[in-house]
Design a protein around this ligand. Structure first.
Ligand code: SAM
Length: 236
């Protein structure tokens, strides 16, 4: 269970809200039970339940089991997709270990907004399920132009791998091997990027078009494939 603020040995922490409901009603914890907590700062802790009520559960922190993991410095810049498909992107990108998820709004996006609370819940539950000790950062959606500007200014010089299905871009594997971390991967929406967007991406200094093979993949498939390839080659 991810909680905040940072945890410390011997402290008593009262957990309330949905997490208390999950512990007491779903996991049916009772006093004396052992639980595992993470705080996305120090790492993963062993704790013991001292009181389990319907509205709150009290735990006493014991010991640090695992330090917060080092996260491969990969940002996924993904065009918003229809809700269930983007939910899948959030969940699988978290499981695969990305550091940041930057939702992008492009002209052909079907969805034009993202429920951030819901997105954070999906990411947190995926992190708990795969036993990550660090949560990926999920940013508010931005337009493609804003994302390109941010990438140029904040992440200057780091490659922005643009998953490009339309022309003979180099295979992603060779591009990823040629330029190690940190990096970003940009994936388009269901309808792809339009010509003006494609020109803007290609005009970006850091942009590197990469191919994920000869077939047209769904956006969520392209995201999962590209992250998996990158993690296998450049992830630390
Ligand atoms: N232009 C596509 C079409 O003609 O149907 C629509 C876009 S595709 C469904 C969604 C996104 O996945 C693309 O914008 C691209 O970023 C990525 N993608 C799909 N297949 C790819 C491939 N073979 N190589 C690289 N990227 C791919």
């Amino acid at each position: 269970l991810f909680t905040s603020p940072a945890l410390s040995a011997g402290e008593t922490r009262v957990i309330d809200g949905p997490q208390a409901h999950y512990l007491s009603r779903v996991m049916r914890v009772k006093a004396g039970d052992a639980v595992i907590l993470c705080d996305d700062e120090t790492g993963e802790w062993a704790a013991r339940v001292t009181d389990a009520g319907k509205r709150s559960v009290t735990v006493e922190m014991a010991e640090l089991l695992r330090e917060r993991e080092s996260v491969p410095q990969l940002t996924l810049c993904a065009a918003l997709l229809k809700k269930p498909r983007f939910d899948l992107v959030l969940e699988k990108a978290t499981e695969l270990g990305v550091a940041r998820i930057q939702p992008v709004i492009t002209r052909r996006c079907v969805a034009d907004a993202l429920n951030m609370d819901r997105a954070r819940t999906i990411v947190t539950e995926a992190a708990e399920q795969c036993a990550r000790t660090a949560l990926p950062h999920i940013a508010e959606p931005v337009t493609l132009d804003a994302m390109l500007r941010e990438w140029a200014s904040i992440w200057h010089g780091q490659p922005l791998f643009f998953a490009d299905e339309t022309r003979d871009a180099p295979p992603a594997t060779s591009a990823f091997a040629a330029e190690a971390a940190p990096a970003a991967i940009l994936i388009g929406p269901e309808g792809g990027f339009d010509d003006a967007e494609r020109a803007a991406i290609r005009g970006a200094e850091a942009a590197r078009p990469v191919s994920l093979g000869p077939r047209i993949l769904r956006g969520e498939t392209a995201a999962i494939a590209a992250i998996s390839l990158w993690m296998g080659i450049a992830g630390d």
